[in-house]
Structures are given as C-alpha cells and as structure tokens.
Design a protein around this ligand. Structure first.
Ligand code: CMC
Length: 428
C-alpha cells in the first residue's frame, strides 16, 4: 500500500507522506501543505486533525479501547493504584515498589501550601464555584514558586515543580471544600498514601480521628484512574497549547482546569446529577425527557451521553457502572436517581435517534452517582475530575516540552468584511 497521499489542486498534484502510529492509525502529514500549495485545511472543532504525535494514551473510539502507555484501562483500574498510574503517565513506565515508595515520599514532603494562600480562600464569595477557585489557586502557585516561571529550567527543577503540583493539588481541593462548608481546614498527613490522604483531608475532622473507609478509598482510586488521561481532549489540548508559549506548568494546568469546567467536557458529571434530579422532581417520566433530547427545537441534551471519539461504547463507563453498583451496595445506599439513570440508559440504547448517532453513556453518566454516595456535594464533582486528570495534564505538558513542539497557532479562513472605508464618528 502506498505511503503517499496525493492532493490535486488546480490540475496540479501534490504528494504528502502518510504516517502510521504504533497502533496502526494513519494520518496524512500536511505540515508542508501551505508552503507547497498556498492552501490551509479547515477542520472546525479539530474533528479530523491530529495536533501532535504522542506516546502517552491510545484510544480507539470504534472498538471502545483505552490504554495508558500501552496498558489496558480495565487492567489498570482493577490492579493498580492512582499513584502508580500517575507515575506511569508522567515517566512512561510502571514504577518498581522502591520507585513508587520514593515517589510517594517525595510527594508527601510537598503537600503543604503556603499559609498565605488561605487568604485567597477568604476573598471568594461563599457560594463561588469550586472550579473557579481551583483554577485561580493553581495559577497562584506560580506566584509562590517564581523559579517555575523559567521556560528553560533544568530537568530536576521541572521535575520538582511537577511533584509540587501533584502534592499541593489535593490540599487545595480539600481547602476549597472545607472552606465552602465553613469548617476548619484539615492538613495533610504524611503517613497516608496519596488517595487516603485526600480522603482524610476531605472527610477528616480536627476534633477527632475519623476512620477512613477502604471502600471509599478504593472507589476513589478507581474513579481517579479512569479520569487520569484521555489523549488530546479539550482540556489537555488547552494545557499543551498554553504550555507551548513556554508558559509555566501551574498556569498551563490552570487553563486546563477552566477548559474542563464546561458541561460539554468535565462539567458533565455535575450536569448529569442535576439532570437526573430534575427528571425525578418532574415525576420521573424518562420517555418525556428522551423526547426532549431528540427535539431539535429544544435546547435540552441528554447529559452524560455521547462522545466526540467513542462511537460504540466508552470503556470507562462500563467500569464505572459496575463500580457504582458495588459502591452503593457496600455502603448500603439506595439512591433513587440510579433507577432513573438506568431507565434512561435502557430507553436511549434502544431508540433509533441515539443508535443512529452512536450516542452511548460516557464516563460521566455514572461517576456523579458514586461521588454522591461517597458524600461529595454536586459542585465538587468536576473538581474531582480535575484531580484525576492532573497526571494526564502534567504528562502532556512534559511530553510537549521534551519534544520541543512549536508554539500552537492555528490558521483561519477569514470571512469578514473587506476594504471598508473608515467613516469618522460624527458622520456615522
Ligand atoms: N443528547 C442529545 N443529542 C445529542 C447528544 C446528547 N447528549 N450528543 C450529541 N447529540 C446529537 C447532536 O444533536 C447531533 O445530532 P444531529 O446530527 O442530528 O445534528 C449528533 O448527536 C452529533 O452531535 P455533535 O454535537 O456534533 O457531537 P460532538 O462530537 O461535537 O459532541 C459531545 C460530543 C460529548 C460534546 C456531545 O455528545 C454532548 O454534548 N454530550 C453531552 C455532554 C457530555 O456528556 N459531555 C461529557 C463528555 S465525556 C467526558 C469528557 O471526557 O469530557
């Protein structure tokens, strides 16, 4: 088979190399297109455009495959811990026990945040969204660590910055949460592993030692692993494009947090629960809401359904659905919205509208029900997604730097007015 693609423009034929990824994906390398032809490509929403070559995550949307560094998500979710997956994504290999211990110990030494950062928390209105606080607090880390602003730091300095970000992120999340409740802040405990420490800071109390439920820690590990990376999605592409200007990692990740916030991306987990609650309050008529989602004159969309890349099933959703049943059983919780979710899923999966458009439940359809069972309020759900996605953002930022990728700067097709004659303001 030819490894050359031909493009014909105005009777002339131009040749472009075809490149093949390690999993067999094919792409036409059009990096010389404009130089050779004067043309650019137009691909709104980048539906067909590869922005980079990456060795971090592979997914096949038709077959429902997701792998981090070549390891199947199903196996990682079942057999590894979130910190192991974090190491895998960032450093490219599974850690040995001593590498993992060392990683955990180094992170534990950096979990505190500067006490002055608590003053920012005091400044936010009491009901402000935690994602807004998270984005600004993570960006603010760069003001406390000015060494992170240097574009060309040494490998060791960069590594320490990544460790600090990993270490301080759960502390920031927990401080945002505790502050929203008006409760005293709970400080990290270095005797705990990464996820247990997070649960301790979220559900711990100053007054007494709170027992940490392993069911909660296990569920949290699974959820965080499932969210840890997803190749060039909206927020990861944002992190890479912001970082491509040599912007520091705190500011780049902060931009990723903002990108994640929207309900079409990470904000869907909050939107799903709000939707299920709405349907429940409306009497639980799932058919009515399915019809609303199908009606093109109705802005309502079935949140937690559909995916830009998965067109068969989302492998994360399969794992989460099972985890959801397990967690609710183990914690003895009977959540009425779970029944509505299952009815909606059943009805949608047999409806031609959803079948024809290949709309299946995505990772966020059931994650909110688990977060709720674990005791998190709805507006914290997307923050938990961000905590899970952090290693992916870091790995994407690191890879982009190590590959010396150029500054991200798409082209456009200008369709505005041309050659207007300026009219002074008093004559308009
Ligand atoms: N409910 C009803 N119709 C839908 C939905 C939905 N959730 N999603 C897509 N469609 C329809 C859409 O109206 C369009 O129909 P038509 O061809 O008749 O115009 C068709 O399906 C294709 O939709 P699209 O918007 O062109 O697809 P996209 O790839 O641009 O968008 C999506 C993908 C995830 C933004 C979209 O499916 C959606 O809005 N889903 C709900 C939000 C959601 O759950 N997001 C979380 C994604 S998973 C977490 C993450 O990784 O971010």
């Amino acid at each position: 088979m030819s490894d050359i693609a031909e493009i014909k423009i105005g009777g002339q034929t131009f040749e472009f190399p075809v490149i093949t990824g390690t999993e067999g994906e094919k792409a036409i390398d059009i990096s010389k297109l404009r130089d050779l032809t004067g043309y650019v490509t137009l691909d709104s929403g980048f539906k067909n455009t590869g922005s980079t070559k990456s060795a971090i995550t592979f997914l096949d949307g038709e077959l429902g495959v997701l792998k981090y560094r070549g390891y199947a998500i199903e196996e990682l979710a079942e057999k590894s811990s979130f910190l192991e997956v974090t190491y895998l994504l960032i450093y490219g290999k599974l850690p040995t026990q001593s590498e993992l211990d060392n990683f955990q110990n180094t992170i534990s030494r950096h979990t505190l945040i500067h006490e002055d950062m608590k003053k920012f928390l005091d400044g936010y209105p009491s009901k402000s969204h935690p994602m807004a606080q998270l984005a600004s607090l993570v960006c603010s880390l760069s003001t406390f660590y000015p060494e992170s602003l240097k574009a060309n730091s040494s490998k060791e300095e960069l590594d320490l910055t990544m460790i600090k970000l990993l270490a301080k992120f759960p502390t920031i999340v927990s401080f945002i949460y505790k502050k929203s409740l008006g409760h005293p802040l709970i400080y990290p405990k270095n005797k705990y592993d990464y996820v247990t420490n997070f649960i301790h800071m979220i559900f711990g109390q100053r007054t007494e030692e709170v027992e940490i439920d392993p069911v909660v820690v296990n569920a949290m590990n699974t959820l965080l692993i499932l969210h840890a990376d997803h190749e060039q999605n909206c927020s990861s592409s944002t992190v890479r494009i912001v970082g491509s200007s040599d912007c520091n990692i705190y500011a780049s990740v902060s931009a990723g947090i903002s990108a994640l916030w929207g309900p079409l991306h990470g904000g869907a987990n909050q939107a799903v629960i709000e939707m299920l609650e709405l349907i429940k309050a409306d009497g639980g008529d799932t058919e009515k809401w399915i019809n609303k989602a199908k009606d093109k004159n109705d802005p309502f969309r079935m949140m937690g359904f559909g995916h830009r890349v998965y067109k068969n099933f989302d492998p994360r959703a399969k794992i989460i659905k099972k985890a959801c049943d397990d967690v609710l059983n183990k914690l003895g919780i009977n959540d009425p919205v779970l029944e509505i979710a299952k009815k909606l899923e059943e009805a949608a999966l047999s409806d031609p509208y959803f079948i024809d458009r290949k709309l299946y439940p995505n990772v966020d359809f059931y994650s909110g029900i688990i977060y709720r069972a674990l005791g998190f309020p709805t507006d914290m759900f997307t923050v938990l997604f961000a905590l899970g996605r952090l290693p992916g953002w870091i790995a994407q930022w690191k890879e982009m730097h190590e590959n010396n990728e150029p500054i991200g700067r798409p082209r456009q097709i200008y369709v505005g007015d041309v050659d207007q004659k300026f009219v002074p303001i008093n004559e308009r």
